[in-house]
Write a protein that binds this ligand. Structure first.
Ligand SMILES: NC(=O)c1ccc[n+]([C@@H]2O[C@H](COP(=O)([O-])OP(=O)(O)OC[C@H]3O[C@@H](n4cnc5c(N)ncnc54)[C@H](OP(=O)(O)O)[C@@H]3O)[C@@H](O)[C@H]2O)c1
Length: 241
């Protein structure tokens, strides 16, 4: 299968290229041809160091999307719409995967225990701490906004939001995360289930139609907050029954 990773030069894009580049043909997409080629060569070299053959090339985003069966949008929320505008003319029957999480940093006030810490009004800024929150898009989720922009007939699947890029791109790590998959077309979802299973120990879970994507997208800021506050790294999800 030919997989174009749009923004494939970035954090999560690297993980997809490394994990899928052994079994599939991965095209690392970029706004810059040279950067795409350099990253493709870098990812190929990493896999070679692990004794693995790779089929990874680099191309401009639009060219990558045109050549692919599956197009992964590995771009930040505020950039993804301009990119969709660019690649839209070449989207015909590809499966498009959104991993996009709209989130922002906010601040909250921690009120100290007055019996242990004396806080003067002027010190109160010290007790404001950053946290991440889900920035709910007008149509409910990033996936639904993206879906509204895609040409008719293009099947969007929303997945991989809760997989930390640092672990996805660390080939020493066996991943045992669950991956929530949302979408309205079962055939496209099954293709994505298989792409999830291609990655070491990961398990795809059917979450429901695209309308459920906000539930999965909004878990990501929660996972980051848990990691930051509890001295954990790259927290993901695993459901237990
Ligand atoms: N990082 C994670 O752990 C993680 C996990 C799950 C989901 N996600 C989601 O994955 C998406 C990508 O995250 P990321 O951390 O991989 O992002 P990133 O590394 O910051 O950026 C990805 C790529 O976007 C391209 N880019 C940068 N500015 C751009 C612009 N103005 N217009 C178009 N393209 C631009 C760059 O590629 P070129 O400069 O080569 O064009 C860059 O390599 C986000 O939506 C995020 O929510 C991330």
């Amino acid at each position: 299968m030919k997989i174009a990773v749009i923004g494939g030069t970035g954090n999560i894009g690297k993980g997809f290229a490394l994990r899928w580049g052994q079994k599939h043909e991965v095209i690392v997409g970029s706004r810059d041809q040279k950067r795409a080629e350099t990253k493709a060569a870098e990812f190929t070299a990493i896999l070679k160091d692990y004794g693995l053959d790779a089929n990874i090339t680099g191309a401009l985003n639009k060219k990558a999307a045109a050549a692919a069966d599956v197009v992964v949008l590995a771009i930040r929320y505020n950039q993804v719409f301009a990119i969709i505008d660019q690649i839209k003319p070449v989207l015909k029957d590809q499966i498009v995967i959104s991993v996009v999480v709209p989130m922002a940093k906010d601040r909250c006030m921690i009120v100290p225990d007055s019996t242990t810490i004396e806080v003067k009004a002027t010190d109160r800024d010290d007790y404001k701490v950053d946290y991440f929150c889900y920035s709910t898009p007008a149509s409910g989720s990033a996936a639904e906004e993206i879906d509204a922009m895609l040409p008719d007939g293009i099947k969007l699947v929303s997945a991989f939001h809760n997989v930390p890029a640092a672990k996805l791109s660390n080939m020493d790590i066996e991943l045992s995360y669950d991956v929530g998959v949302c979408g309205n077309n079962m055939h496209s979802k099954k293709v994505v289930f298989d792409l999830v299973r291609d990655i070491s120990n990961m398990r795809p879970l059917d979450i429901g139609p695209l309308e459920t994507s906000s539930m999965v997208e909004s878990l990501t800021p929660l996972l980051i907050n848990i990691a930051i506050r509890n001295n954990m790294k790259d927290v993901g999800i695993k459901f237990i029954d």
